[in-house]
Design a protein around this ligand. Structure first.
Ligand code: SAM
Length: 333
């Protein structure tokens, strides 16, 4: 009998994001604005064996998509090893194994990721201008990330998604240029609203460029047509170019157009905590349950119990909203 994880609002949980590390070699101001906060000591981090075991149990419980993230997941040594192990879960029901990365290590490693069994990749790219890229990410490596995108294409890690967080006063004037980039390179360009997940808690509503404005800015240059699909649990509204050009646009608007009702996601942090929402105020230590020697059935009971506590929605727009104490780099984007 195939099992399914369901929460108390009858949402089916199919999508697991696994953070491999808190560490990152970038210093994006909207994530780690005041330098890197203290990272979890090594003994608190899940080992590859523990991640593999946890994922094996999650797949038994109906998880179909696993996305590896961080911090910068490619800073974890021998990431190919864990990808290879997780790819074996396809025989047990895993349908999609993906990775989100800043692209820095891709020029030399895209091929080995593909060989290890990775299906797809999402690469973050916040600006096409060298100075703005440096100002937003803290590192002067735009050219290298562009090489990384090309390397991912050459390795066949397609369809490639590119993530750009749009922040007022930084890169909103580049939205249509990003759309041109998607057309030229035949990639899926995804625009993300700035969320209150920055370590410095400097987020302000005025900094958010809404999904609607992003769409308008693109359509001033390139008319769009919604992709004809049921949105389901997808985070993004998808569009293609009206003139039939290659590439695709996705707009992810969690702040102005929350999509919690169809959420199918849970997260596992690198120190083994389950988070049922990006904005959760509580975490549940799967690591402690594993390390206390729980049986597989006890682990299943624990996970099912945690999923039942998944929040109905995020509360960003409610008065009194308190941003989570951990930033995106800890939670796993
Ligand atoms: N290091 C990898 C990367 O750069 O893609 C993976 C982790 S990163 C936390 C995952 C995604 O979260 C990135 O696309 C990043 O831009 C996004 N992100 C981080 N902080 C954010 C925020 N405050 N609002 C919106 N997106 C954010």
């Amino acid at each position: 009998m195939t099992r399914v994880l369901r929460d108390s609002y009858n949402r089916t949980i199919r999508d697991l994001r696994v953070s491999l590390t808190d560490r990152c070699n970038f210093r994006c101001f909207y994530c780690l604005p005041h330098g890197e906060p203290p990272i979890a000591p090594k003994e608190q981090m899940l080992s590859y064996e523990e991640i593999e075991y946890a994922c094996d149990v999650f797949v038994e419980l109906g998880i179909q998509k696993i996305r590896l993230t961080g911090g910068e997941p490619m800073m974890r040594r021998d990431i190919e090893q864990i990808i290879y192990k997780l790819a074996q879960l396809r025989d047990r029901g895993l349908e999609d194994l993906a990775l989100t990365t800043n692209g820095y290590f891709l020029p030399h490693r895209a091929e080995s990721l593909k060989q290890a069994g990775l299906d797809r990749i999402t690469i973050s790219l916040d600006s096409l201008k060298r100075d703005v890229f440096k100002q937003m990410t803290g590192v002067d490596v735009l050219e290298r990330v562009l090489e990384g995108i090309q390397a991912a294409k050459n390795a066949g890690l397609e369809p490639i998604k590119i993530n750009a967080v749009i922040v007022r006063g930084h890169n909103e004037d580049e939205v249509a240029d990003f759309a041109a980039f998607a057309r030229e390179h035949a990639v899926k360009m995804r625009f993300i609203e700035f969320m209150p997940l920055d370590a410095g808690h400097d987020w302000s509503r005025e900094d958010v460029v809404s999904g609607r404005e992003i769409r308008e800015r693109i359509e001033e240059r390139f008319p769009l047509v919604p992709v004809d699909e049921v949105r389901g649990s997808n985070t993004s509204s998808r569009f293609r170019f009206a003139d039939g050009a290659p590439g695709e646009i996705g707009i992810i608007a969690p702040v102005t157009e929350a999509f919690c009702g169809a959420c199918s996601r849970i997260r596992l942090t690198s120190d083994g905590q389950i988070r049922t929402c990006l904005f959760s105020a509580v975490e549940y230590s799967l690591r402690d349950v594993i390390r206390e020697g729980a049986s597989r059935q006890e682990l299943i009971d624990f996970i099912e119990g945690v999923v039942m506590k998944k929040e109905p929605r995020h509360f960003i727009n409610d008065p009194g909203f308190v941003a989570p104490s951990r930033s995106m780099s800890f939670i796993g984007g």
